[in-house]
Write a protein that binds this ligand. Structure first.
Ligand code: CP
Ligand code: NVA
Length: 315
């Protein structure tokens, strides 16, 4: 019998709309099924007993690290946390060799790294599923949790208006991919110098995604059901550009007066957040903010992703 193709989770753009819809629905169902369980308790089913996920980090993480760890444990599996600087990759061992070696040891590999090319190189050579835990290009796991959170608070996302303010960064790219797959309007307000990559905007146009991009934050938030932003200096950005970036992004800070133009929108932020920079404290700490639901949903989302990646391998 032919071996099923490996299910990597590298970018939402590689998924079908049905795959992404399925992931969100599974994540919501897993969340509902945990009602009444202690935080550390395993789920009632434990489909990943005997499976091990290796998590390879070249950048810091709180939510992605903890939520993948919890997700594996609650599904019956285990994790290994590997820091790239402690590994031979840090001394120049080929990623291709590392991918093949880890494929002999563990059942799935999550990587957080700056260079998207590293992720692709690992996935090209691995014989196990590889998951993108954030690169400088994209952050697809975040979006499964973010869409879940929108749907919990605003209902089905199809046809809704979402506003993205600030940097056209990795999280913005994954929002663009999601808008195309799930058929919602995404309005980005970003300075000209910080637009998402043109290849991504071209991809969105080719796929007839309802994505608009401009420089006016008021137009972007007008009538939106969710307003979202992210830090102005990402982990892989050159820190010496901080002053220049903060000056360019200041008009895009999510303030109470901007939120007042929305349709009583929820406020989302993938975190970590910097109060007084990309968002006013009154907004992120105010009644419209759902950032901790969003952070919690990372665990439920990771479970759906892990199950999807390993499903072809689960008896
Ligand atoms: N949102 C997110 O990915 O957070 P961490 O960097 O803490 O993993
Ligand atoms: N854009 C941010 C997201 C952090 C989760 C970064 O890359 O640092």
């Amino acid at each position: 019998m032919k071996k099923p193709a490996i299910r990597h989770f590298l970018d939402l753009a590689d998924l079908s709309a049905a795959d992404l819809r399925g992931l969100i629905d599974k994540a919501l169902a897993r969340k509902a099924a945990r009602a009444g369980l202690a935080k550390a308790a395993p789920d009632n089913d434990a489909p990943l007993v005997g499976r091990i996920l290796a998590m390879l980090f070249d950048k810091p993480s709180t939510r992605t690290r903890v939520s993948f760890d919890l997700a594996m444990r609650q599904l019956g599996g285990q994790v290994l946390v590997l820091n790239q600087s402690d590994m031979q990759i840090g001394r120049g061992e080929a990623l291709a060799d590392t991918a093949q070696v880890l494929s002999r040891y563990v059942d799935a590999l999550m990587i957080r790294t700056s260079a998207h090319e590293q992720l692709i190189e690992l996935a090209t050579h691995a014989t196990i599923p590889v998951i993108n835990g954030l690169t400088h290009f994209s952050h697809p796991c975040q979006l499964v949790a973010d869409i879940m959170t929108v749907e919990e608070h605003c209902g089905a996302i199809k046809g809704q208006k979402i506003a993205w303010l600030g940097d056209g960064n990795n999280v913005a790219v994954s929002w663009i991919h999601a808008a195309c797959l799930l058929d919602f309007e995404l309005h980005l307000a970003v300075p000209d110098a910080f637009r998402p990559p043109q290849t991504v905007l071209d991809w969105a146009a080719e796929h007839k995604a309802q994505v608009s991009i401009g420089t006016d934050p008021k137009a972007a938030v007008q009538g939106a059901c969710a307003v979202t932003t992210d830090c102005w200096v990402s982990m892989s950005d050159d820190p010496t550009t901080t002053a220049k970036r903060e000056k360019a992004f200041l008009p895009y800070q999510v303030t109470e007066s901007l939120m007042a133009l929305s349709d009583n929108a929820i406020f989302l932020h993938c975190l970590p957040a910097y109060r007084g920079k990309e968002v006013a404290p009154q907004v992120i700490d105010g009644a419209q903010s759902v950032i901790f639901d969003e952070a919690e949903n990372r665990t439920h989302a990771q479970k759906a992703i892990l199950h999807w990646c390993l499903a072809t391998d689960i008896p």
